[in-house]
Ligand binder design. Structure first.
Ligand SMILES: Cc1ncc(COP(=O)(O)O)c(C=O)c1O
Length: 398
């Protein structure tokens, strides 16, 4: 087998493929949408679901309290920080919005972001701009198409309340220099909120090394967990400086008729009710990733992405829509004579899953480059080069 990361072997590929029932009949190239779960995740969920069937939700939860709590430790092992810095939420957007709306801002304060910011986050900026009179400042791409860090630095001033950026956007393989942004946030003593939803699971990510105060992500994408669950990372320093926009019975205790006490850990952003089945599956997904080896698996995503980028260059009529420096496992393109949805539909008929990225995902980036939509492919370490070549051949034959 060619095109392997230095330490990713044939037997690694066979093992991870064997662990993934969904790969048996299809070529799955929509891992940044929602990846395929490994058996370890499926079985962890099935075991927990059986307990709920047998004992009901509450007794099952009591019996499995240690396993459920271990998920926080798994998150901290993978992404850095303390277990108490993590909250489990129903999605990445749930985590991000709860955090963002909790940042105290006065009219005239500003948010500094970048041109690749995700749609849900930007809509929240717009709402707070309209409602709270805050200003949105956007750092753009420089001449070379990469983020103009010097501009971002200049945009931050004494009225900046948060720098909020997305590490890997949902419509290209560009990776923002998140550590450099962390240095700016630290030097200017401004809160730093990172949307790491598309980065976690495909890149080695450590929030302490990045220097962010808050970060959000999801289970179902490159981490290969179930849908309907996400997480928030928030440091103690950040927790002290914000005021949670909502409190739940998980976040605070009703201590007297007129009093309550708030949790001091990240659980202040949690709800009591949740899918414990998903929580167990999410924990199993993180543990599986850690067992396979983060460097090795993320290295293989990079190798496969490079293989696809090179292969696409040889397909007549393909117009790349990623920035020149894009290196992550999300690749977008168009093909002369076809709408992206036509390509998706035609490939789906051949058992090849790809996705369409629309301008509404990252309007400031795609809009500035005149791209309305594009085909989006996102390999994972379990894809074989044979599968990628099958996709390239099918695309050429359209
Ligand atoms: C960059 C980015 N952030 C956030 C999200 C939202 O994640 P969720 O749907 O889990 O809330 C996505 C989803 O595609 C995304 O690509």
């Amino acid at each position: 087998m060619t095109n392997m990361a230095a330490n990713f072997t044939d037997s690694d590929l066979m093992r991870v493929r064997d662990d993934t029932p969904g790969l048996s009949a299809r070529v799955h190239l929509d891992n940044c949408g929602s990846a395929l779960m490994p058996r370890a995740v499926i079985e962890a969920q099935q075991r927990y679901f059986d307990l709920e069937i047998q004992y009901g939700g509450y007794v099952a939860q009591e019996q499995q309290s240690e396993g459920l709590a271990r998920v926080y430790a798994s998150l901290a092992s993978l992404l850095g920080g303390k277990t108490t810095d993590y909250a489990i939420t129903s999605s990445a957007v749930d985590a991000w919005t709860k955090t963002f709306y909790s940042i105290l801002m006065q009219p005239g304060d500003n948010i500094v972001t970048a041109y690749t910011e995700y749609c849900a986050n930007y809509v929240a900026f717009l709402q707070r701009a309209k409602r709270d009179g805050i200003e949105i400042r956007v750092a753009r791409a420089g001449e070379d198409g990469t983020l103009d860090l010097a501009q971002l630095d200049e945009l931050v001033d004494s009225r900046t309340k948060v720098i909020a950026v997305t590490q890997v956007p949902s419509s290209s393989g560009q990776v923002l220099p998140v550590e450099e942004i962390g240095k700016i946030a630290k030097a200017k003593d401004v809160l730093y909120l990172l949307d790491a939803c598309q980065a976690v699971g495909q890149l080695p990510v450590n929030f302490e090394a990045i220097g962010c105060d808050m970060a959000t992500g999801t289970s179902r994408k490159f981490l290969r967990g179930p849908r309907g669950i996400g997480f928030l990372y928030i440091t103690e320093k950040a927790r002290r400086s914000i005021d949670p926009v909502v409190l739940t019975n998980q976040a605070a205790t009703w201590t007297g008729d007129n009093t309550y006490s708030m949790r001091e850990d990240a659980g202040v952003f949690e709800a009591w009710e949740r899918s414990c089945v998903n929580q167990m599956g999410f924990g199993a997904a993180i543990d599986y990733f850690l067992e396979q080896g983060v460097e090795k698996m993320t290295g293989q995503v990079r190798v496969l992405s490079d293989h696809l980028r090179a292969g696409l260059r040889d397909v007549p009529g393909v117009i790349p829509t990623c920035q020149a420096d894009a290196r992550a496992g999300i690749i977008t393109f168009n093909k002369h004579g076809f709408k992206p949805i036509e390509i998706k539909t035609a490939l789906e008929k051949q058992g090849i899953a790809v996705q369409v990225a629309g301008i509404f995902h990252t309007r400031l980036d795609l809009g500035a480059r005149g791209i309305e939509d594009a085909v989006r492919i996102s390999p994972h370490y379990y894809n074989s080069t044979n599968e990628l070549d099958r996709f390239l051949t099918a695309l050429e034959a359209l």
